[in-house]
Write a protein that binds this ligand. Structure first.
Ligand code: UDP
Ligand code: MG
Length: 141
C-alpha cells in the first residue's frame, strides 16, 4: 500500500470555478499536496496520459475534453493514497457517486466528471512522473 496518488481537477471543474472548493476537499480529507500546477494539455499529451483507454468508445471524446481548457494537476500524499483519493472523489459516473464525494457535488456528466484519480500505486507513480519531475515534489516535513 503506497502513499502517493495523482489527481487532476479536470477542465469542466476549472471552468466552473470549482478549483478552490476542490482544494478545500483535498486538504480537509488530509492529503498533503507535494506539487500542483495549472496546465493545458495538448491533444497528444491527453492521448498519452489516457493511452490505456485507446480504442474505447469514449477515448476521442475524453482526450478532446481533457485538452479543451485549463486543468490542475496534483501529486498527493496520504497513507493508502490511491484508495483514499478514490473514496474522496466517488464513482466515475456522478449519478452513482455517494453523497459528499467530489464527483457527486461538482461533476457535470459521466465524461466531464470534475476530477481524475489514479487506480493503482504503479499508475500513481507513472502519472505523477508524466507531469512532474522529482525535484518538483516537495515534502512539507
Ligand atoms: N469516461 C467516459 N465514459 C465512460 C467511462 C469513462 O467518458 O463510459 C471518462 C471519464 O471522464 C472517466 C475517464 O473516461 O473519468 C477514465 O475512465 P475510467 O474508467 O478510468 O474512470 P476513472 O478512473 O476516472 O473513475
Ligand atoms: Mg481510471
Amino acid at each position: 500500500m503506497g502513499n502517493l496518488t495523482f489527481a487532476i481537477i479536470k477542465p469542466d471543474a476549472v471552468k466552473n470555478n470549482y478549483t478552490g472548493l476542490i482544494y478545500d476537499r483535498i486538504l480537509k480529507a488530509g492529503f498533503n499536496i507535494l506539487s500542483a500546477k495549472l496546465t493545458r494539455m495538448s491533444l497528444a499529451q491527453a492521448e498519452g496520459f489516457y493511452s490505456v483507454h485507446k480504442g474505447k468508445p469514449f477515448y476521442n471524446e475524453l482526450t478532446e475534453f481533457m485538452s479543451s481548457g485549463q486543468a490542475m494537476v496534483l501529486a498527493l500524499r496520504k497513507e493508502n493514497a490511491v484508495a483514499e483519493w478514490r473514496k474522496t472523489i466517488g464513482a466515475t459516473n456522478p449519478a452513482d457517486a455517494d453523497s459528499g464525494t467530489i464527483r457527486k457535488d461538482f461533476a457535470t456528466s459521466l465524461g466531464e466528471n470534475a476530477v481524475h484519480g489514479s487506480d493503482s500505486d504503479d499508475n500513481a507513480i507513472k502519472e505523477i512522473a508524466f507531469f512532474f519531475s522529482d525535484c518538483e515534489l516537495i515534502s512539507n516535513n
